[in-house]
Design a protein around this ligand. Structure first.
Ligand code: NDP
Ligand code: HSE
Length: 441
């Protein structure tokens, strides 16, 4: 008799509905690859009245999570958020079911507890879909690079914000129009502030940093700045200087002031030089660059969001989990032997872009240069904008006009930059200085 593995699907929204459709349409090839038929035993939803238009038996839909979980060998969690998925994933693991999830918020907050629960119950927790959708970066980092030492992981890990910034760069679209379009296309989280304020990318880099450095990194360990304050003027100024602004999530091993190694984990709008491959990542695409000691630079690129691309990653985990049920063996477990401390923001090192307006008077530039020098910050470039031509003859008038100065620094400690900016702001003739990180080529 043909073997079968019972699968419960929790959530049938953008990703869950694509999974349900593919489970039905690709049933034969999935069975051939898994070594067993993947039998859908129920689909948990919030609203039983919603029209679904899916090729599945309508009797499968339920609102009784715990009853459904009890029937399953494998539970796929695609609800999102922490509650109730946290309780449901716990119930599934305790019940002896393996879990496949795309829920980065859950893993970046409760991952260690759930990995331990899975191990204690001799079942597995799979999460390829949680980072960068269809892009197999979890597998790449955990398995393909298991023999190497990773030094840094960085990239574009949120499709919604990349779409918004790309639209602002290429079409001059306004922020809210671009966000509305991302929501229509199904990329944005149920609460899009998780995308815009960088929490979604923060959860993803916490997951990747834990795999890369074999040290537990949680969402709270990541310094996060979202894209709300990126203006059309910032984008134009960056463009003129040869950069594009991207929301970059990064985790690196760095030395602190005492020369000790630690993990620097951040999400921030960053100026990326046009020559850097990350600058060319457009639309809602994701790209993750990994630098490892022996492998050198690797780049993973593809669709990081959307129903079908994310379902591809979910189904790959499902085939693996079902295969383990049939043939035995264990999925790769969390390996945490590292004990790197998490660096404080002040110890972060980067090049920085600092823009501010000052009164156009003799000596102002020298004062600013001296502030940078006093705080150990070395300047790479300085540019000045905004002196009106018509006022050229009238020196008194010119001095009243604020002028915009843009500095790009060499590598500097964030604490030194912040201290310099406090002093620079005393010279500001407009808004306080805007500070953005700058990535290398
Ligand atoms: P949606 O908001 O589109 O779907 C959520 C589903 O969960 C809906 O079917 C909803 O039911 C159901 N649901 C919500 N709350 C409850 C509840 N309390 N009890 C039972 N069912 C509930 O989410 P997505 O498909 O976009 O995302 C799902 C997960 O996948 C998230 O963790 C997300 O971060 C992750 N992910 C999403 C990607 C994307 O591009 N969308 C990409 C990668 C990962 P109903 O249909 O009745 O409203
Ligand atoms: N909201 C997420 C994004 C979905 O825009 O990238 C994929 O995790």
């Amino acid at each position: 008799m043909e073997k079968s593995v019972k699968v419960a699907l929790l959530g049938c929204g953008t990703v869950g509905s694509a999974v349900a459709r593919l489970l039905s349409e690709q049933a034969d090839i999935l069975a051939a690859r898994a070594g067993a038929r993947l039998e859908l035993v129920g689909i948990l939803v919030n609203d039983l009245q919603k029209e679904r238009h899916l090729p599945v038996d309508p009797a499968l839909f339920t609102t009784d999570a715990l009853e459904l979980i009890k029937k399953a060998d494998i539970v796929i969690e695609l609800i999102g958020g922490i509650d109730p998925p946290h309780a449901y994933v716990r119930a599934a693991l305790e019940n002896g079911a393996s879990v496949v999830t795309g829920n980065k918020a859950l893993l970046a907050t409760h991952g260690p507890e759930l990995y331990e629960l899975a191990a204690a119950n001799d079942v597995d927790l799979y999460y390829e879909a949680a980072v960068a959708g269809a892009v197999p970066v979890v597998y790449g980092l955990r398995e393909s690079l298991a023999g190497d030492r990773v030094q840094q992981v960085l990239g574009i890990m949120n499709g919604t914000t990349n779409f918004i910034l790309d639209q602002m760069h290429t079409t001059g679209a306004d922020f809210s129009q671009a966000l509305a379009r991302a929501q229509e296309l199904g990329f944005a989280e149920a609460d899009p502030s998780a995308d815009i304020d960088g929490l979604d990318a923060g959860a993803k880099i916490a997951i990747l940093a834990s795999l890369a450095f074999h040290t537990r990194v949680r969402l709270d360990d990541v310094e996060i700045t979202g894209i709300r304050d990126v203006t059309a003027e910032d984008i134009k100024a960056a463009e003129k200087a040869g950069y594009v602004i991207k929301l970059i999530a990064a985790a690196r091993i760095r030395k602190d002031t005492q020369g000790q190694g630690g993990i620097e984990a951040s999400v921030a709008p960053t100026l990326v030089p046009k020559e850097n491959p990350l600058a060319t990542v457009s639309d809602s695409f994701n790209a993750v660059m990994i630098e490892a000691e022996s492998a050198d630079r690797l780049m993973f690129y593809g669709r990081g969001a959307g129903g079908a691309p994310t379902a591809s990653a979910v189904l790959s985990d499902l085939v693996a989990a079902a295969g383990k049920r049939v043939y035995g063996g264990q999925a790769p477990r969390e390996i945490v032997y590292g004990s790197h401390p998490i660096l404080a923001k002040g110890d972060f090192r980067s090049r920085y872009y600092i823009k501010l307006q000052v009164a156009d008077r003799p000596g102002v530039l020298a004062e600013m240069a001296s502030i940078f020098a006093q705080h150990n910050v070395s300047l790479s470039t300085v540019s000045q904008e905004g002196q009106p031509q018509s006022d050229k003859d009238n020196a008194a008038q010119v001095q009243k006009q604020p002028v915009e100065i843009i500095f790009i620094t060499h590598m500097a400690r964030r604490a030194d930059i912040d201290a310099a900016v406090v002093e620079l702001n005393k010279l500001a003739a407009g808004a306080p200085a805007k500070v953005l990180q700058v990535e290398d080529k």
